[in-house]
Design a protein around this ligand. Structure first.
Ligand code: BG6
Length: 508
């Protein structure tokens, strides 16, 4: 894919010794470089409190590129690595930001840049406000003559109040158009494809509403656990880590009204309207409409797997959820009465993110000899095996009229063999190009917290709300099936079986 080269620029990454820089940011910037999509002239400064030299930083980042398994020639990697610089700093020390400003000016000269800067905040979230303030105190928030943009990683805030506070603090130093709040799900091709599927086809929109859709379920299952992030995860949990951000973004794209144009604010205005229509859960709804779980130890194919409470950095009596499932409604004309179900969890049997649109059954059942009374389902597969699957009933060959459900299955890779943008590549490119359509506006982040806060508060205040243990390698607590109306015999779609036989669920 040939992308227009963006303007020359210096990219400054805060939190450059961290995992995200190594695993995602540097590999993404390198990939853009390899594809020829970066500006003609650019430099990258990594900054963190670890005392690396330039050379050490470059060696670490070279290793990161090797680990990312990029097939580029080593010469290309080496020439990219020469563009990386390192600057040791304590982000709370305003004086050091003046020195950083000098360093950036030096590089402005080297890369013939007129002062274009992107500051990427990949630190722990509690530092975001301080960094913004200190950048401003060193005059680094100024957008003239070049552009200055600031990218802020998730989580943006810890709850509604902290998100409002952070927005207010950042707005003192940066305008909203300079702030790029990132949610990497919006950078995924298949997440963007939800919009194209809905709004580039005449056949879906007429039936995309309460008259034809019975319910919608969205799953984001992960096979991995919390890896080495125990201490962070203890302050977060699945609701904050996945639902407040990625899953509500998906809900917004699936359920929003068509925008009048693809202009950034037109798209973001529709998303905010949708988020405002999410029916807030009342304290008495929480135990009926939200299920939380935590993985416990199990044995998968003969191998012992640790439970969450045995992970490093996790309290032995932790009540942090590694699984959350919610049933909720959207109070607007399109979706009145249609239940939405979302779930996410760690240590589930497989990695899959998908949305399943369940259409209503035919009003009259003609082919009664058939056992197969399935509904039509449109499955938007976000990852892996990106694509779209439509389940429809067809006549089973032979005598009589038996219905058999078949799949019309499209795989995204069939469209083209071209390199598909990885989420961070796409978003970093958009930021360089000054397109913030796929970034979150302040109001969208706050609105998502307005939906999450009541759940979080109820869990905190009401110790009687249960948390269920589920063996690692299973689909989360069985009781999550009870979110569905038992009379209709519907439940979650289970793309594969549990990995363990010992499906013993318990109350923690
Ligand atoms: C991150 C969460 O935002 O998204 C992680 O903090 C999670 O806990 C990750 O594992 C999932 O992203 P992806 O792209 O692998 O689905």
């Amino acid at each position: 894919m040939n992308l227009k080269k963006t303007d020359n620029c210096v990219i400054i990454i805060f939190g450059a010794s961290g995992d995200l820089t190594k695993r995602k940011l540097i590999p993404a910037i390198f990939e853009l470089y390899k594809q020829g999509s970066l500006p003609e002239k650019f430099e990258v400064i990594g900054t963190a409190s670890s005392s690396f030299t330039n050379e050490q930083f470059r060696t670490n980042m070279h290793e990161a590129l090797l680990a990312a398994d990029n097939d580029a020639d080593d010469k290309v990697k080496q020439s990219f690595i020469q563009k990386l610089h390192y600057f040791v700093m304590d982000f709370k020390n305003a004086e050091l930001f003046k020195q950083l400003a000098e360093k950036i000016k030096e590089l402005d000269v080297t890369c013939g840049d007129k002062g274009n800067r992107i500051f990427y905040l990949a630190t722990i979230p509690t530092l975001f406000g301080d960094i913004a303030e200190n950048l401003a105190s060193a005059g680094l928030n100024d957008s003239s003559p070049g552009f200055t943009r600031i990218v802020v990683e998730k989580p943006f805030g810890y709850d509604l109040n902290s998100a409002i506070e952070l927005n207010e603090r950042m707005h003192k130093f940066f305008t909203e158009s300079q702030i790029y709040r990132i949610d990497h799900y919006l950078g995924k091709e298949t997440v963007q494809n939800v919009l194209v599927t809905r709004f580039a086809n005449g056949i879906f929109e007429p039936i995309w509403n309460r008259n034809y859709i019975h319910h919608i379920e969205i799953t984001s299952a992960e096979k991995i656990g919390i890896e080495n992030r125990g201490a962070f995860y203890e302050t977060s949990g699945a609701l904050r880590d996945m639902v407040q951000s990625h899953l509500l973004r998906l809900v917004a794209l699936i359920a929003m009204e068509p925008p009048s144009s693809f202009e950034s604010n037109a798209v973001r205005n529709e998303q905010i309207k949708l988020l405002q229509s999410l029916r807030r859960l009342r304290p008495e709804d929480i135990s009926k409409q939200v299920i939380r779980g935590q993985y416990i130890s199990s044995t998968i194919r003969g191998e012992a797997v640790k439970g969450y409470r045995e992970e490093k950095g996790v309290a032995a009596d932790s009540r942090t959820e590694t699984y959350a499932a919610i049933k909720f409604y959207i109070d607007n004309w399109r979706w009145g009465g249609v239940p939405f179900y979302i779930r996410t969890g760690k240590m589930l049997p497989t990695r899959v993110t998908e949305a399943v649109i369940h259409f209503k059954k035919t009003p009259h059942i003609l082919f009664r000899e058939s056992n197969d009374q399935s509904d039509n389902q449109l499955i938007l597969r976000i990852q892996p095996d990106e694509g779209i699957l439509l389940k429809i009933g067809m006549k089973e060959p032979g005598k009589g009229f038996k219905v058999h459900t078949v799949n019309m299955d499209f795989h995204y890779t069939d469209i083209s063999s071209e390199h598909l943008f990885e989420a961070y590549e796409r978003l970093i490119y958009d930021c360089l190009a000054g397109d913030n359509t796929l970034f979150l506006r302040a109001d969208a982040v706050e609105e998502a917290w307005r939906f999450i806060d009541p759940i979080q508060n109820a869990w905190k205040q009401n110790k009687n709300i249960k948390i269920y243990g589920y063996p690692a390698g299973t689909w989360g607590p069985d009781i999550a099936d009870s979110l569905f109306d038992g009379r209709e015999k519907i439940t979650w779609r289970y793309p594969c079986k549990n990995l363990t036989d010992d499906g013993i669920y318990c109350e923690l």
